[in-house]
Design a protein around this ligand. Sequence first.
Ligand SMILES: Nc1nc2c(ncn2[C@@H]2O[C@H](COP(=O)(O)OP(=O)(O)OP(=O)(O)O)[C@@H](O)[C@H]2O)c(=O)[nH]1
Ligand SMILES: [Mg+2]
Length: 460
Amino acid sequence: MNFSDTIFALSSAMGKAGIAVVRISGLHANTLFGTLIMQPPAPPKQAQLAQFHDPERSEIVDFGLYIYFAAPKSFTGEDCIELHLHGGLATIQSILKILGKIPNFRPAEPGEFTRRGFLNGKFDLTQAESTIDLIDAETDHQRRAALAHTRGALHQLYEGWWRHLTELRAYAEVCLDFPDEELPEDLETHILAECLRLTKEIRQHHDTTPQGERLRLGTKIAIIGPSNAGKSSLLNYLTQTQAAIISPIAGTTRDSLEHHVDIAGYPVKLVDTAGLQDTDDPIEQEGIRRARTHAEIADLVMIMFDGNQPISAYQEFLSIAQNQPYILIINKIDQEFNCNNGIILSKFDPNNTVSISLTHAIGLEKFQNLLHHHLQQLAGNSHAPIIMHARYQHALHTTLKALHNVTQMVHIAQNTQQNPDLVLIAEELRIGLNSIAGIIGRVDVEDLLKIIFSRFCIGK
Ligand SMILES: Nc1nc2c(ncn2[C@@H]2O[C@H](COP(=O)(O)OP(=O)(O)OP(=O)(O)O)[C@@H](O)[C@H]2O)c(=O)[nH]1
Ligand SMILES: [Mg+2]
């Protein structure tokens, strides 16, 4: 990739639209002010109306707005120009063709604007990656999390840990040069306290991995229960579709039906399943086997009973409720409640139980509130930074392992009343901090160590 080239690309989607945005970035971007835009540059960051010329044919190709961003105050850190054209295919093609003929100009490669911004220190890797997450976001909470990360929420967190680990490593390395009798008295307690503090903070964040995964890919919710309870009616209600067939005939749903839906800003994979009942029908048996598998792997199980019918064989549902997050839904409360069910239902947590009628729209607000509460628990509230990428999780796992090793070494030294092996400790800290450096894309670890060393002083 050659960064002395000036790059250009259509930054809005290809296709007919009111406006198309073409972005140009690089050393020679300003030459456009003598070719395509025949006027001196407008003040930076101000929209300016202009005619766009084809210098070869002395023809005006389009007129529209341009915004000039002078280096380094642009997304890429280079001189940038954004052209706001009429969004017709012929206009876009003509402008791209003209740009391609200008010396030192070439079409941008995928991600190249962002890559230049990263290499010019405009943002770190977490911010670059979350820019893609922001573009991909399909629900409100996905958007919020990605926006927070784009604005540096993860960067601040990781940069802080990286800094502390660097200082700790520098401390361990400085101590290496001291004769044993001159080592600081609090050497072990200081290293131990810092390691434990960092471990706690990093672990807390590391443990948000499942939440991040659910926010990215969707929380898996399985609707299970006896036949005819209203499970498919619930799927249709939540998806606002007629995706599932509903009928008063028990055993209507024979296979699992998965539907992706946005519930209160959270992406959800909702699965309607075959009713659990005794049957000799091999197809229905397979449907029930699948229902059980979906319940097992679900993040949240919605157990649904018909309050009007006697509930039998409830043990399986109770055992699910004891092992997984669940909501117990008593449906059809528009009909007479079967009082014999009271004892069985009391075995479930009343805080996780709602009574509703899907056909008569009773209790649905309470049900929605309970569902939102569970989704928030499972997929995060998108205020605290959470891990959205496996890359971060792996890296932090390595850091936690390194911190664990250091803690062990210090403990052993304390128990045997010997000085800890500072060479090994410094090496573990190096592994731990390099792993975090990899997340944010820091390459100047050694440089920073030099700076820290130069002003380091432990009572000497
Ligand atoms: N009275 C009443 N009937 C309901 C309610 N909810 C659903 N039903 C009816 O109950 C019957 C069964 O509904 P479904 O949604 O097909 O039930 P299911 O649990 O998916 O049934 P299977 O697929 O056979 O396991 C249908 O006739 C629905 O119209 C309700 O709140 N009140
Ligand atoms: Mg059904």
